[in-house]
Ligand binder design. Structure first.
Ligand code: ATP
Length: 339
């Protein structure tokens, strides 16, 4: 569907050359949700803007459905771009136009007749769950509703690919989940290929089939999202995987600081990164060794790729048994941090 070959973008910064994107080779399959994750400055924005030639590549090729994007004339490019929708972190809506008029804009540009335009816009409004908001202005909408307008507008010309530039970074956690669910729904209903960039592992975990981790303009790790979670090889990838356990850790740290040191045993945080590790590992460990495991606080979630999150526990037993239990848990793929 999208073949990216030896794609590079270099910027001249005075006498310096910045390699924002460096020799990327990626195949994105039709109908998949492909995520690119990286920290700030990794080159994600440059990468996604290269895909629809909002940036001109320094070298390399992007082949979309057997059409080489890099050699299209400006007329052909305008036409091909109609098949590539894009949504943005800050929505990029026109403030003087209503919801209906914002979504209608790409259809006006594509010279779709008025009657058809009206029908298509109304269908899109229903699809993204904005019925009743047709005549509202962007300033009257919540962040999530604004992004829904952005999504409807991006879908107006029946694109084959939807590019998502940090689509949920300006949204609260609940709205983020709602928008991600909408993207999955659109992917399933319309069979549209989605390419998404983000710095949030949660977004990748929630919706992406495959993921590439980007650093210094290069892909450092790539694979099925599930596999990359379970066996992160590179340090940067591990840091992203740890993000999943982070939100509650300060609460857990506070709890462990407030507690009196136990007379026997150790307080530890156990982090779960998915895979074959299940919650029953805890009771198994307690049965295998002469210890008790007392749960102090847990923030775990489970999806199809396993258990994620962390729990604070008191491993109660002799030093020797506690050490053996920690080794056993670690060997089972659980990260153990003794407090
Ligand atoms: N127009 C430009 N001119 C010069 N350097 C640029 C330009 N655009 C990006 N860069 C540089 O390219 C590198 C990659 O930037 P890019 O914005 O693609 O990263 P990013 O992963 O999207 O980061 P962020 O999430 O902070 O936007 C950075 O070092 C950046 O300073």
């Amino acid at each position: 569907m999208i073949e990216i070959r030896q794609l590079s973008k270099h910027y001249k910064n005075g006498s310096n050359e910045v390699h924002a994107v460096n020799d990327l080779n990626i195949n994105i399959k039709k109908g998949e949700i492909f995520g690119v994750i990286g920290f700030s400055g990794a080159g994600k924005s440059t990468f996604i803007r290269l895909l629809n030639r909002l940036e001109e590549p320094s070298t390399g090729r992007i082949v979309l459905n057997e059409k080489d994007m890099t050699t299209l004339s400006s007329r052909e490019l305008r036409k091909t771009r109609q098949k590539i929708g894009m949504i943005f972190q800050h929505f990029h809506l026109l403030w003087s136009r209503t919801v209906f008029e914002n979504i209608s804009l790409p259809l006006e540009i594509a010279k779709v007749p008025k009657r058809e335009r009206k029908q298509r816009v109304q269908r899109l409004i229903d699809l993204v769950g904005l019925s009743g908001k047709e005549n509202s202005y962007p300033s009257q909408l919540s962040g999530g509703q604004k992004q829904r307008v952005g999504i409807a507008r991006a879908l107006a010309n029946h694109p084959e690919v939807l590019l998502c530039d940090e689509p949920t970074s300006a949204l609260d956690p609940q709205t983020t989940d709602d928008i991600l669910e909408l993207l999955v729904d659109i992917n399933k209903k319309l069979g549209i290929t989605i390419v998404l960039i983000t710095h949030e592992m949660h977004v990748i975990q929630k919706i992406c089939h495959r993921v590439a981790v980007m650093e210094n303009g290069s892909i450092i790790e790539e694979g099925k999202a599930k596999d990359v979670f379970q066996n992160p090889v590179k340090q940067t990838t591990r840091r992203f995987v740890q993000q999943l356990a982070r939100p509650h850790e300060s609460e857990e740290d506070y709890l462990s600081e407030q507690m009196e040191r136990p007379e026997k045993g150790k307080i530890a945080r156990l982090r779960f990164f998915g895979g074959d590790v299940s919650g029953t590992m805890i009771s198994e460990t307690a049965k295998t060794f002469d210890i008790q495991i007392n749960l102090l606080k847990a923030h775990l979630s489970q999806d199809e790729s396993g258990v994620f999150g962390s729990m604070m526990v008191h491993l109660d037993g002799t030093d020797n048994e506690v050490e053996k239990a920690i080794e056993y848990l670690t060997d089972s793929g659980i990260d153990v941090e003794v407090k």
